[in-house]
Design a protein around this ligand. Structure first.
Ligand code: GDP
Length: 528
C-alpha cells in the first residue's frame, strides 16, 4: 500500500475526561467494535485508587498497567485507529499534556450527572489553545442527570467551546429510550428491561413520520420533535470548522451499555483528521514527505529494576520508520539504529519492521532520550511543542546516603528525562529543588530512586507557590539587573540552564509582574 493511502487511513487520538466519567469503559467498547479484544474487562483502568494499599504501591500498579495501555491500536472498517492513553488523575496531568502533543484529535467524555468537571476544564483548555479537533461524548445517559440543553450550555460556557449536537437523547435515566442520530437521521432504541442491548436501528428521515410515535409513544415523540427544533439554534455541523478546532460535535450515549458508541465511532472515522503537518523550529513538516521524522513524547521506565532500559514513545510525523535503519538523534548528534522497535496492538506490543505517520513506535533506550527529542534521517531540526509546565509543588532534595551520591545523581537525571518531575538548581547556593505538578510524584521519585538506583533521598520543605521561566526583553537593561539583584534568593536554573523565578505566593507573583513589566514570566518552558 502506498504511504499516502496509509496516512489517509490513520486516526490517532486521545480520550480526555475527569476520572470516573467513563474513559476506560468507552475505550473498551471501541476496542470491542474493532474486534481487538473479545470481552469486557480486558482494558485495565489506569486510575490511582485510594484505598488499602499505600499510594506509591498503587502508583507502581498503575505504572504496570500504563505500559500496556499507553497506545491501544486497532482496525475498524479499514481505518487504523491509535488511541493514546491520557491519565485522568490530576497529579499526572503533565503526562496527559505531553501526550496531547502527539494526538491529531480528541474525544472528551463528560458524565451526564456531573457535567463539566475540573480536570476536563484544564485538558480541554490545552486542546483549545492548540486548535485540536474535539468531539464531545456525554456519557451515562442511563442515569438521571442534567437536561441536554443545560449540559450543552454548560459545555459552551465552562469549556468555551462552540458545540453542535449530532445526536440527541430520547429521555434519560429511568426514562431513557434511545438516541436520535442527527448525523445519520435514524433512531436507536434501548431494548428490554435490562436495557443492555441495542434493538435495531430505525431510519427516520422525516421527524413528522408517525412511525416515530409508534416507536417511542406520542408524548416522547412530540418532546423529541420540540427539542430537535430548539436544537436548530446550534450552528450547523461543518467539517472544516471541526478540523480547525472551531466547532465541536456532541454525541450522547452510555458507554457501559454500549449505547451510542457505534454512532460516535462511525462519525469519528469519517470526520476525524488523518495525521497532520507539524511545526518544527525550522519549518512545517508534512506527513507525506519521503524522509522519516518523529519525536519522543513519553518515556516509560521498564518495570524490571534489574534492566534499566526504558521505552521511548515516538510519534511518527513524516515518512516511513524502518527497523535497523540509522536515524539522527538531533539533540546529541548521534545516529541510532533500532533492532526491535515495538508497535502496539490493543494490549500487546510486537516488533515491527515498518511504521507510518500517525503511528507510535516504542524504542528501547538505555538513556539516550529525553522527552521532546527529535529523530530524522539527517535533517537538523527539532519539533516544537512538548513543553514543561510550571510545577506547583516544591521540595529540596538531599542525599540521605553519602556512599550513594553517584547513584542518586544518575537516578535523578534519568527520572527527570522521563518527565516525572523537574529539577532546579538555586542560583544562590546551588541547592537542588524538585518541582512537580502533582504531590504524588515525590513518593514516586523516592520509591523509584531506592528500587531502581539503590539511592536514597530526603526531602525538605520549601515554600514556593509557582515557578516561572524568565525572559527579559533586554538582558542588559537596568530593570533586569535590578530584578536579578532583588530576587536573587528566588532564582534558579532548570536543566536546560534557563532562568526560573520562584514566586512564594500568588501575591508576590503579581507584584513582581507589575514591578518589572519588561521581564516576562512564562508558565510553560517552551515560550520561544
Ligand atoms: P474513567 O475513570 O473515566 O476511566 O471511568 P471508568 O470507565 O472506569 O468508569 C467509571 C465508573 O462509571 C465505572 O464504575 C463504570 O462502570 C461506570 N460507567 C461507565 N460508563 C457508564 C454508563 O454509561 N452508565 C453507567 N451507569 N455507568 C457507567
Amino acid at each position: 500500500m502506498s504511504i499516502k493511502r496509509e496516512i489517509e487511513r490513520r486516526r490517532t487520538f486521545g480520550i480526555i475526561s475527569h476520572p470516573d466519567a467513563g474513559k476506560t469503559t468507552l475505550t473498551e467498547k471501541l476496542l470491542l467494535f474493532g474486534g481487538a479484544i473479545q470481552e469486557a474487562g480486558a482494558v485495565k483502568s489506569n486510575k490511582i485508587k485510594k484505598g488499602a494499599t499505600s499510594d506509591f504501591m498503587e502508583i507502581e500498579r498503575q505504572r504496570g498497567i500504563s505500559v500496556a495501555t499507553s497506545v491501544l491500536a486497532f482496525e475498524y472498517e479499514g481505518i487504523k485507529i491509535n488511541i493514546l492513553d491520557t491519565p485522568g488523575h490530576k497529579d499526572f496531568a503533565e503526562d496527559t499534556f505531553r501526550t496531547l502533543t502527539a494526538v491529531d484529535s480528541v474525544i472528551v467524555v463528560i458524565d451526564v450527572a456531573k457535567g463539566v468537571e475540573a480536570q476536563t476544564e484544564k485538558l480541554v483548555e490545552v486542546c483549545r489553545m492548540r486548535n485540536i479537533p474535539m468531539i464531545v461524548f456525554i456519557n451515562k445517559m442511563d442515569r438521571e442527570g442534567k437536561d441536554a440543553f443545560e449540559l450543552l450550555d454548560e459545555i459552551e460556557q465552562k469549556l468555551n467551546l462552540r458545540v453542535t449536537p449530532l445526536s440527541f437523547p430520547i429521555g434519560m435515566g429511568y426514562d431513557f429510550r434511545g438516541i436520535y442520530n442527527i448525523w445519520e437521521k435514524n433512531v436507536n432504541l434501548f431494548s428490554g428491561s435490562s436495557r443492555k442491548n441495542i434493538e435495531e436501528t430505525i431510519e427516520i428521515e422525516d421527524l413528522a413520520n408517525p412511525e416515530l410515535d409508534q416507536l417511542i409513544g406520542t408524548d416522547a415523540a412530540d418532546t423529541l420533535r420540540e427539542e430537535l427544533e430548539l436544537a436548530e439554534i446550534y450552528p450547523k455541523f461543518s467539517r472544516e470548522e471541526y478540523l480547525e478546532g472551531k466547532l465541536q460535535p456532541v454525541f450522547f450515549g452510555s458507554a457501559l451499555n454500549n449505547f451510542g458508541v457505534r454512532e460516535l465511532l462511525d462519525c469519528f472515522v469519517e470526520i476525524a483528521p488523518k495525521p497532520r503537518p507539524k511545526e518544527s523550529d525550522t519549518r512545517v513538516v508534512k506527513p507525506d514527505e519521503k524522509d522519516f521524522t518523529g519525536f519522543v513524547f513519553k518515556i516509560h521506565a521498564n518495570m524490571d529494576p534489574k534492566h534499566r532500559d526504558r521505552l521511548a514513545f515516538v510519534k511518527i510525523v513524516s515518512g516511513v520508520f524502518e527497523r535497523n535503519t540509522p536515524y539522527l538523534h538531533v539533540r546529541n548528534g548521534k545516529k541510532l539504529k533500532f533492532s526491535s522497535p515495538n508497535a502496539f496492538f490493543a494490549e500487546k506490543k510486537q516488533i515491527v519492521d515498518i511504521s507510518y505517520p500517525g503511528d507510535i513506535v516504542g524504542l528501547h533506550d538505555t538513556g539516550n532520550f529525553k522527552i521532546g527529542d527529535t529523530l530524522t534521517e539527517g535533517e537538523e531540526m527539532n519539533y516544537k511543542g512538548v513543553p514543561s509546565f510550571s510545577p506547583e509543588h516544591f521540595k529540596y532534595i538531599n542525599n540521605a546516603d553519602p556512599m550513594k551520591s553517584k547513584q542518586l545523581d544518575k537516578g535523578i537525571d534519568q527520572l527527570m528525562d522521563e518527565g516525572v518531575a523537574q529539577l532546579f538548581t538555586l542560583e544562590l547556593n546551588g541547592r537542588k529543588v524538585i518541582g512537580t505538578v502533582g504531590a504524588l510524584q515525590f513518593e514516586v521519585i523516592q520509591y523509584r530512586l531506592e528500587h531502581e538506583y539503590g539511592a536514597s533521598c530526603r526531602y525538605e520543605n520549601l515554600n514556593v507557590h509557582k515557578a516561572c521561566w524568565v525572559e527579559p526583553d533586554n538582558p542588559k537593561s537596568d530593570e533586569f539587573k535590578e530584578f536579578k539583584r532583588v530576587k536573587a534568593k528566588f532564582l534558579a536554573k532548570d536543566k536546560r540552564d534557563q532562568l526560573v523565578f520562584f514566586a512564594d505566593s500568588a501575591f508576590s507573583l503579581q507584584m513582581t509582574q507589575s514591578k518589572y513589566p519588561n521581564v516576562k514570566l512564562h508558565f510553560v518552558s517552551e515560550y520561544k
